[in-house]
Design a protein around this ligand. Sequence first.
Ligand code: ANZ
Length: 955
Amino acid sequence: MSETNTPAPEAAEAHRYTAAMAADIEARWQDVWDAQGTYEAPNPAGDLAGDPAVVARPKKFIMDMFPYPSGAGLHVGHPLGYIATDVYARHQRMTGHNVLHTLGFDAFGLPAEQYAVQTGTHPRVSTEANIENMKVQLRRLGLGHDKRRSFATIDPEYYKWTQWIFLQIYNSWYDTGAGRARPIAELVAAFEDGSREVPGGRAWGALDPAARAEVLNGFRLAYASDAPVNWCPGLGTVLANEEVTADGRSERGNFPVFKSKLSQWNMRITAYADRLLDDLDALDWPEAIKLQQRNWIGRSEGARVDFAVGGSGAITVFTTRPDTLFGATYMVLAPEHELVSSIVPAQWPEGTHPVWTGGHATPAEAVNEYRKQAASKSDVERQADAKDKTGVFTGAYATNPVSGEPVPVFIADYVLMGYGTGAIMAVPAHDSRDFAFARAFELPMRCVVEPTDGRGTDPAEWDDAFVSYDAKLVDSAGEGISLDGLGVVEAKAAVTEWLAARGIGEGTVNFRLRDWLFSRQRYWGEPFPIVYGEDGVAHPLPESMLPLELPEVEDYSPRTFAPDDAASKPETPLSRNEDWVNVELDLGDGVKRYRRETNTMPNWAGSCWYELRYLDPHNSRALVDPAIEQYWMGPSENAPHGGVDLYVGGAEHAVLHLLYARFWSKVLFDLGHVSSAEPFHKLFNQGMIQAYAYTDARGVYVPAAEVEERDGGYFHQGEPVKREHGKMGKSLKNAVTPDEICEEYGADTLRLYEMAMGPLDVSRPWDTRAVVGQYRLLQRLWRNIVDEETGKVTVVDGEPAEDTLRALHKAIDGAGGDLAGLRFNTAIAKITELNNFLTKAGRPLERSVAERLVLLVAPLAPHIAEELWHRLGHEDSVVHQDFPVADPAYVVDETVTCVVQVKGKVKARLEVPPTISDAELEQLATADAGVVAALGGAEIRKVIVRAPKLVNIVI
Ligand code: ANZ
């Protein structure tokens, strides 16, 4: 490679490390790395198999959350995580690991489709152009990716397997007895041979195909449902709960979202609720993210309790506080609850409180009116304002099972249909929501948990409910049951047992997690590998018909409606292509006519399993070869569920992507396709790069690049502007691109700057003017090894001085630990300190010092390191060298302070070598003038020596 060694330019600056020099070095080495496959990680088998010696090393699979290739390209905030994983990957490679590091593209999604709608450009065309552009930008940063393993989720060879996984999920059911997913064929066999009862007690053989399909649909892990979904007329599509904001609008576009009944595909993620929760414990994830997942899954333990209503019916409630049952003075049903219409009497009962009726003449009128009003609100809106409780009496009374008292039944929108049983027992004295409602509707309250804050037991005198989990029960005795004097925990157990014995309740666990709505009314997504027969029964396509590619269409947009048109129904772009939709296929029982499913998968699908495809990207026979998966992802002592060794990305993916990907992993694991039950063993959330933004007098953003700072103020075209802190991006006109910084200083400087800005998990403000600091570091590094006049390497042979060795080994020790621990900013500080020391010493570096300095820098600034490594006479790439190892003899401080105590009081401090022996230390201590004075000639009874830090003299 000697021809790449020395750059040609003959200018005066020819041998200085300038931006031009950096550009030359960087481009040259990037080409060499590509040509030589420097970053290719060998697999143990298959078409990417390689050097067995490398495969025998401990493996490290290091991953970024892959980017969506946006048309705007990258700004300097985007690559923060990519640079971090790259530095880490390089360090791991230099410490003896077989490192897999690559990057693909998450390329289905709305922006390309919207761009297509506006411009008529096919989403594939614009997406692929964006990918190419992003690849150029990323390549410039010198990221050490195994490019053979990169792909985009829109590649048909990739989404073939996304569709294949959908079919695996579709063709399986969750066996709660076994605690895992099993093939649906095993369920069918059990129905056939009678070893499992068909729901409804029917004979399997007597059911027609449609009835069988209906039964299986109730078990499949991917199933069709017409439960109410989040319909967003403004976007023309339905959305997952996770895509709806806290105020009931679409995350994207901020349109209103309505509950509407539509037949849609769902994923039975709820079957995995317990495992998704339990397996979190063994993951090395930030606690905050684990907590968000726990809250999202929302496991609550409680009880189901039946309240008799009417003649023979009952309303079943879910409660987490069965101990408060005596305090249940009214009930509330969700407005949509199916029992509502059957309990409503023709007339208001005698003496009904006027506030309860909402001014309506009959209960039916009140209920209908209220239901209409509730339908137009989102779940979150319905729960949002505790103060503003609305509702209406149904006219019906139920019976409190322990007190035997009649309790009025209301409907109110603060009770949600999708949670628990959609019905509650209201305990106004001990639940704030119920308290507010009871106050508004003048409902009775009964205190059953004795307040511990001195407020007394009459709720009429309270300002809010008394909520406590460790107080005593009072006023809670009835027929054959008394909870009085019990604590909350015992009372829960006692009442649950009492209810269970009478068959009117049982302990139960409830989850907040809902099944995952998996259909979108979009063009730019994976088509479902599903067709419908003329009888409407769904059939999976056989694997041989995959990938089912997207058809060409003329109009990419779903039909959208007025944002508030709740009554509208979705119309998918694929449904307009009749030639594609209507097909004749032979699915094993002769050629028949079918209609294709015209929804597409949500854009989360492609990112649910991409880590697996990196492992074996060209495999056309399986989604991943089991031996290869086992090698890179398999469980180990440290990672009992297996998974990627390091996954870096933004904290905003806490519940969506990370929960979905975990779910798919578990299904694939259960079905025996992979050995890892978790996709990502260690997760790290990088902070955000923020940037200053400036607004003028009208509050409009002005381009940040044109703002001047003077006299302590900020000015744009002479006018004062206001500075604020925000996200970096187009909308705040403050984006800085990596290309600009590379142009001005080089990629190595950019990499160093981003890594030096602060701890990786902390957000940090970008400051272009500070970038030059890292540039100067590289210039000093260069000058420490290369003569700027001649371009000749200045290193000398011979042994380095003692102080040099100390500085060097301390830096090696500190920076090495920091790089392994993702503390890149402190690693850089230690390398800078060493480099400054060497600069100040003003002597030519010994070769052994220069080489180790270069190796230290290599993970962070790989181009300059590669260049210097070669100039130092090496033929091999710096990328595969061993990271230097510190000699402990030079790492320890030269002296440590030893405290000498006489009668427990400190009498002297001695500076001693850390390796001093007990005997030597005792001698030194007893000879010290201060100690001698303190002893005052007294007899020494005992000397306790803890070398090198403590001597204790007893007299
Ligand atoms: C009586 C009670 C007394 C309750 C008390 C709480 C405190 P988590 O912990 O979130 O699971 N609830 C049940 N189903 C509901 C629904 N569909 N919509 C709105 N609220 C519902 O909350 C469970 C508690 O939330 C349940 O326990 C119930 O109120 C209410 F001192 O029952 B509780």
